[in-house]
Design a protein around this ligand. Structure first.
Ligand SMILES: CC(C)(COP(=O)(O)OP(=O)(O)OC[C@H]1O[C@@H](n2cnc3c(N)ncnc32)[C@H](O)[C@@H]1OP(=O)(O)O)[C@@H](O)C(=O)NCCC(=O)NCCS
Length: 180
């Protein structure tokens, strides 16, 4: 991917924020991380499509309301300030505590996406740092992310952030007949 390094980094505030300037000096957006609200559903739905999971605003709203009511889940969004361009929402991450009988709890990344025109500016890193801070607060010392084998760019991103590949998996699914 093209390198578009930031030229300056401000102290993180109020949740997490950073100024990002493109290598050509064309973008001066500051990105801030904050918890998501149900009213963000429309923008979250648009970005969900960029992740490869097209969803309507209504679907997103219904899912998000349930997720936000569950303290084992967290959703954070990155916003660009000033709200330049058509898309103020620069990205989102969903993290949740995964509990199983056989392993200690881990925080799973349920989804992460950065708006296409905002990629390469450090937004994904900021979102993951916020998820990691939340994981610490929940008492989980590990984070896990499952990523489609086709997402090679995302794999490089996670490895850059210190994640190491621990296994490859196949995913099986069955849809039950109605009435079961
Ligand atoms: C993966 C994704 C979230 C990364 O977000 P981003 O904001 O572009 O990433 P950042 O700018 O924060 O990059 C952080 C580091 O990862 C590196 N990186 C990011 N994308 C990379 C890529 N495709 N290839 C190699 N390195 C990459 C950056 O160079 C940067 O390294 P540096 O800090 O040493 O310069 C974004 O590309 C995206 O939304 N992709 C589509 C959806 C997706 O695949 N989501 C993950 C699902 S599991």
């Amino acid at each position: 991917m093209p390198k578009r390094r930031a030229t300056s980094t401000e102290p993180l505030r109020p949740e997490h924020s950073v100024s990002r300037t493109s290598a050509h000096g064309q973008s001066h957006a500051r990105f801030e991380i904050r918890p998501a609200y149900v009213d963000d559903s429309g923008a979250l739905a648009e970005l969900s499509s960029q992740l490869g999971y097209p969803s309507t605003r209504a679907q997103l709203r219904r899912r998000l309301a349930k997720i936000l009511a569950n303290p084992a889940h967290a959703v954070f969004i990155a916003e660009a300030h000033p709200r330049s361009g058509d898309f103020p929402l620069a990205g989102w991450v969903h993290a949740y505590v995964e509990r199983t009988l056989e392993s200690e709890p881990t925080v799973e990344i349920g989804g992460l996406v950065v708006e296409e025109s905002r990629r390469g500016f450090g937004v994904g890193r900021l979102l993951m740092e916020r998820a990691e801070r939340w994981a610490r607060r929940t008492g989980c010392p590990t984070l896990t992310v499952r990523s489609n084998v086709l997402r090679t760019g995302a794999h490089a991103f996670y490895q850059r952030l210190g994640y190491r590949l621990v296994k490859n998996q196949r995913v099986f699914r069955k849809t039950l007949d109605r009435g079961i």
